[in-house]
Design a protein around this ligand. Structure first.
Ligand SMILES: [Zn+2]
Length: 144
């Protein structure tokens, strides 16, 4: 499904930059792979999050879900874009090493189905890829 209100190039750049800035706050002592995410709501507000690791690895929280939780906590319910930045990714790491994990995709399908996902490039400014959420998890699980 194509977003009804696609992101402008300026909004894509803004999401990538905000995600890269949020990654600086990551708590990633185990992987040393800092990730930031930024969510643009339908009112034009940005909400950010970073990955938060834990010694009990299964409890780690991804930046994307952190940012979405933060946004929901302010009352935001409709989202147009989600930026993701992996600031410690090796320069040669392709998109497969930077895309949201399956858990985050499931969150996006339920909470931000009309959003586009912007993957920031190595410098956190030039987007490497932009996809509608629906393209990241076809035939997603739903209860509605
Ligand atoms: Zn994830």
């Amino acid at each position: 499904m194509k977003p009804s209100h696609p992101l402008t190039h300026d909004e894509q750049d803004r999401l990538a930059a905000a995600a890269a800035a949020a990654a600086l706050n990551a708590y990633a002592p185990y992987s040393r792979f800092r990730v930031g995410a930024a969510v643009l709501d339908s009112d034009g507000r940005l909400h950010t999050g970073c990955n938060v690791e834990n010694a009990s690895y299964g409890l780690c929280l991804c930046a994307e879900r952190n940012a979405l939780s933060t946004a929901l906590g302010t009352g935001a319910r409709r989202f147009r874009g989600i930026g993701v930045a992996c600031i410690d990714a090796a320069p040669g790491l392709g998109l497969e090493g930077r895309t949201p994990c399956g858990a985050c995709r499931q969150w996006m399908v339920e909470l931000a189905p009309d959003a586009e996902v912007v993957i920031a490039g190595g410098d956190g400014r030039q987007p490497m890829a932009v996809w509608p959420v629906s393209a990241l998890l076809p035939d997603a699980f739903r209860l509605t």
